[in-house]
Design a protein around this ligand. Structure first.
Ligand SMILES: [Zn+2]
Length: 109
């Protein structure tokens, strides 16, 4: 399976252009490129980060909302993007599947 990487979105994908922004100036990912894994509510993102770390996968969390939005809807509703190095992306996706396939809550995606 061959991946390409969009530097703009930090997104690794199996397509000819970035599915997020349509960028065609993409390159092959390097093993330490930070790749977008998923976006979760803060609570789930932190649980996921913990599970990834337990598997030896370094993880970066980026909050999506600005402070104003977070105050409005409350910190529990705050969403968070999760990034992992490309070399760990496949493993990380498996962990995400394991963690979130059974919970089936309305807001975990
Ligand atoms: Zn992109």
């Amino acid at each position: 399976m061959k991946f390409l990487y969009c530097e703009h979105c930090h997104y690794a994908f199996e397509d000819e252009q970035c599915p997020a922004c349509g960028n065609k100036k993409v390159r092959e990912p390097l093993s330490n490129d930070a790749c977008f894994l998923c976006e979760k509510q803060m609570m789930w993102a932190e649980m996921l980060a913990e599970a990834l770390k337990n598997n030896g996968i370094p993880v970066v969390l980026k909050k999506r909302m600005g402070m104003g939005m977070a105050l409005k809807v409350g910190p529990m509703m705050e969403r968070c993007k999760v990034y992992v190095p490309f070399s760990c992306l496949q493993k990380a996706r498996e962990i995400v599947d394991e963690m979130f396939s059974e919970t089936n809550g309305s807001d975990v995606t």
